[in-house]
Design a protein around this ligand. Structure first.
Ligand SMILES: [Zn+2]
Length: 258
């Protein structure tokens, strides 16, 4: 077992020893990963090594994202932002990987702020980043989080309520509680509303899940701060989300509505 993070890296994750399925393989999607994000992923990956699962990172030449290369993986872990550098065919391949092949897609933080030029990507991830919940001078604050669906695999290891030092966000459609299953939200009864950029922002999801065709998609707004990536609760959440996205554990992603 080894870990190598750099440009690029490929993360492979195996399930519990008792799980009958072959080891799942997860690709950390390196497109558009700047230094800060690479550092965050490095912290995440190092933390994952201490899990009762094992993670193997293989280094190699930067693989082009295409249908053939994606075939080797069971899930993509994505942490990027902005328009990205995938051409239309590459985006089609990524979407088909999830929708048609039934693979997983797990995204952190600005994941729904990426590829805005591709409406189908927004549909897959289930939202479009609008703006941080907080005013710009105060992006990172202690966020009180409430778990809404403790039965979902990515939530099972979390307390019903907890604090995390991070940045929360408000999302535009296709985000809707009718389109995604909200798993956790910012507890607006426990936070100083003077921090809010807009008092009208009263639905602030922290994590959601959804199906996309045959595939499984998980997204969490967490991941802005080093403290968050170092937080065992956050690490555990993403780790369990990855396992769900690969189909190693079951979880209901049906939207619960308003
Ligand atoms: Zn941020």
């Amino acid at each position: 077992m080894g870990l190598l993070i750099g440009q690029p890296s490929i993360l492979t994750i195996a399930g519990h020893p008792g799980e009958q399925r072959a080891a799942g393989r997860v690709k950390i999607f390196q497109n558009l990963i700047d230094a800060a994000i690479a550092q965050a992923l490095s912290r995440f990956s190092k933390a994952m090594q201490g899990r009762p699962h094992f993670i193997q990172v293989m280094a190699g030449d930067k693989p082009a994202l295409n249908a053939k290369n994606l075939d080797a993986f069971d899930a993509v872990f994505f942490f990027g932002a902005g328009p990205g550098n995938l051409n239309e065919q590459q985006m089609q391949d990524l979407l088909a990987f999830v929708k048609d092949d039934g693979k997983g897609f797990v995204a952190a933080h600005t994941g729904d702020n990426a590829f805005q030029q591709y409406p189908d990507y927004r549909e897959m991830i289930g939202g479009l980043w609008n703006h941080p919940w907080t005013k710009s001078e105060n992006l990172e604050v202690d966020l009180p989080v409430i778990v809404e669906d403790p039965s979902f695999p990515a939530m099972q290891s979390l307390p019903s309520a907890f604090m995390v030092h991070d940045e929360a966000a408000v999302h535009l459609p296709p985000y809707s509680r009718d389109n995604v299953r909200v798993l956790a939200r910012l507890d607006l009864t426990e936070i100083d509303h003077d921090l809010a950029r807009d008092p009208a922002d009263n639905d602030v999801p922290i994590a959601w899940a959804k199906r996309y065709g045959k595939g499984r998609v998980f997204y969490s707004t967490l991941g802005h701060s080093d403290q968050s990536w170092d937080n065992p609760l956050v690490q555990r959440m993403f780790f369990d989300a990855i396992r769900w996205s690969m189909g190693l554990v079951e979880g209901n992603a049906e939207p619960l509505g308003q």
